[in-house]
Design a protein around this ligand. Structure first.
Ligand SMILES: [Zn+2]
Length: 253
């Protein structure tokens, strides 16, 4: 069985049994991304980061899974006093178990979202850490273009940038920039069938479930996709790369 890394989950929203099932299906490491929907205060996010680094890490460990945490301000939960989070991010990034920034990015593409993204990318560049960047279901080309323009203006290394919820629609933009495609497996994103048919093009990517309770999601979507690829005789090397090695290298885990 391939050892699996789920490169993007919202672990604080994952039931204990979800972790248990992921472990049973071969998931060995997961990245827990920050997202507190509708956060109003900087402290809300600080408590959220702290919970991932304590309770969520312990629960993962009890199931034999290593949890690594990405901290940051998600565009769907920008507190009013967001500059206080920016100010505190360097301290969080120095903590044990924190591997980068995420989930950050643009959702609607507002001026506020752009400012918050830019400030976070500046910190990521300074710390030379990877960033996990969201793309929305709507206005995908436009928002991805804007995101990459901000990343280019900050001067962050493209290979440290994961453009997540990638799909064939924005893959050329991601490739053109030199970023890593985040491959979220779900019914309204990359299905196992789409993954198989475009495997060659997706081989620099990292698989993930983006598990949260905000929309229909399956914590086992990555092991199920891996199983589907195997049953359909996909190259074992490419499967191992997108299911494990690309993420291990990128996050240094
Ligand atoms: Zn997410």
């Amino acid at each position: 069985m391939v050892e699996i890394v789920d490169s993007h989950t919202h672990v604080s929203l994952l039931p204990y049994e979800g972790l248990e099932n992921m472990a049973l299906a071969g998931v060995k490491k997961i990245i827990g991304c920050s997202l507190f929907f509708g956060a109003q205060h900087a402290e809300t996010l600080f408590d959220h980061f702290h919970q991932m680094l304590t309770l969520s890490r312990t629960n993962a460990e009890k199931n034999g899974i290593k949890l690594f945490v990405a901290v940051g301000i998600h565009p769907m939960g920008i507190p009013k006093d967001w500059p206080r989070v920016i100010e505190a991010l360097p301290n969080w990034l120095r903590m044990d178990g924190v591997i980068g920034l995420g989930e950050i990015g643009l959702h609607e593409g507002s001026r506020l979202e752009q400012d918050v993204l830019r400030e976070q990318l500046i910190i990521a560049k300074e710390f030379q850490l990877p960033v996990i960047i969201h793309t929305p279901p709507q206005k995908r080309m436009e928002i991805t273009n804007e995101t990459l323009e901000i990343a280019a203006s900050v001067g962050i290394k493209p290979e440290k940038v994961i453009i997540d919820h990638a799909n064939v629609d924005i893959l050329d933009l991601i490739e053109g920039f030199g970023a890593v495609p985040g491959l979220t497996i779900r019914s309204d994103g990359i299905t196992p069938q789409i993954l198989l048919h475009n495997l060659e093009r997706f081989q620099r990517g990292v698989l993930n479930s983006d598990y949260s309770n905000l929309k229909p999601n399956d914590p086992l979507s990555v092991p199920k996709a891996v199983q589907y690829l195997k049953l359909n005789k996909a190259s074992p090397e490419v499967v191992a790369r997108i299911a494990r090695y690309n993420a291990e290298k990128l996050f240094g885990i």
